[in-house]
Write a protein that binds this ligand. Structure first.
Ligand code: UT7
Length: 327
């Protein structure tokens, strides 16, 4: 039994109002609904409006997560925003969020691990709360990937969407089997060239656009995700039969279904939102979690498995007993 527990007590999410369907895309790029659905499972994506920022989406998601458990910004000690599409090069989106939430006592910073950003941020927040660097944290995944897409490149622009999701983590000094049970991360920079953005502050004059060799990333995905999930299960002393729900990163329905088969999980135990949200990078897991908690599928005390892979390559998995033990 661990010395303390780090509970995941709440979730909130935000999606921009504007929706772009596959049909809408086919008007300005050479693609079609059938290709996108068959190869990715995506039917539509939400896109930020002019002037709508990553920090605006992060704030809405964080407020919903706070409200769900009756907390406000002043209760929070730590804010981590996982994003690859911050409002500005600096200061961080997290410090903007801290100010907007009135979280005056919180330490706030961004982390950048692209589509694995949420599992990376979760791991860091878990370690910080476990070692006494605060009692309550907000971990946000928030992305405006539409801002870094090349809208003429059909091999990437059809895949992504915008949105934000947030979870509340709370340190519980009574050790229990609730909360974050294990978390494993990996990185391998040798694969930089199969998924990257061709711009950035020190390499170019502009922020650049997403470039991807999708089929190469695809080949890494199921293999690396299933092996890191095995590591996370072993670290938690669990087997797949203990897992109630898989909430995977939502990049492609074929990767999600591949994971479900590799893990031999029943299909209805996997949360799929890629059809409506597309790939929202760091936001995709908390967005999917929010959908499943709100529609009553994921309940207090159930074991949820998270996994994600993104540019770097970076990847990871975590196992969480969701919610709070009843007194
Ligand atoms: O979240 C971060 C991690 N990212 C991922 O996990 C993404 C992983 N990769 C994938 O999801 C898939 O590889 C893609 C969905 C990106 C692509 O699917 P694919 O089955 O690997 O297709 P492909 O790239 O091998 O392309 C097949 C064909 C090509 O045409 P030819 O060369 O066979 O004539 C492409 O030009 O499909 C063509 N194509 C399209 N056709 C219509 C590529 N994009 C499109 C498009 N519409 N949007």
């Amino acid at each position: 039994m661990p010395d303390v527990s780090v509970l995941m007590t709440s979730v909130g999410a935000y999606l921009p109002k504007k929706i772009l369907t596959n049909q809408d895309l086919s008007v300005f790029v050479e693609t079609n609904d059938e290709w996108i659905r068959q190869r990715t499972g995506i039917t539509q994506r939400h896109i930020v409006d002019d002037g709508e920022l990553t920090s605006d989406m992060a704030r809405e998601a964080a407020l919903k997560a706070l409200q769900r458990v009756g907390l406000d910004g002043s209760d929070i000690d730590l804010i981590i925003v996982a994003t690859t599409t911050p409002d500005d090069t600096f200061p961080s989106t997290a410090t903007k969020l801290q100010h907007q939430l009135g979280a005056t006592c919180a330490v706030a910073f961004d982390i950048q691990a692209v589509c694995a950003g949420f599992v990376y941020a979760l791991d860091i927040a878990d370690a910080m709360l476990r070692t006494g660097r605060g009692r309550k944290a907000i971990v946000v995944g928030a992305e405006s990937f539409s801002k870094i897409l090349d809208w003429k490149d059909r091999s990437t622009c059809v895949l992504f969407g915008d949105g934000a999701g947030a979870v509340i983590l709370e340190r519980d000094d009574d050790p229990s089997d609730w909360g974050i049970r294990s978390s494993i991360l990996h990185s391998d920079g040798a694969h930089r060239d199969i998924l990257f953005v061709d711009g950035g502050p020190s390499s170019s004059a502009d922020v650049g656009h997403v470039r991807m060799e999708g089929n190469k990333v695809f080949r890494h995905a199921v293999e690396k995700l299933s092996s890191v999930m095995d590591e996370a299960l072993a670290a938690a002393g669990m087997t797949v039969s203990d897992v109630d729900w898989l909430v995977p990163h939502q990049a492609n329905i074929r990767i999600i279904d591949g994971m479900q088969k590799k893990m031999q999980l029943p299909s209805d135990r996997v949360i799929r939102t890629v059809d409506k949200h597309a790939n929202t990078s760091a936001a995709s897991i908390p967005l999917a979690l929010s959908v499943a908690v709100n529609d009553g599928r994921i309940k207090n005390g159930e074991i949820v498995a998270f996994e994600a892979i993104g540019g770097g390559l970076v990847w990871g998995a975590a196992l969480v007993k969701y919610g709070r033990p009843k007194n």
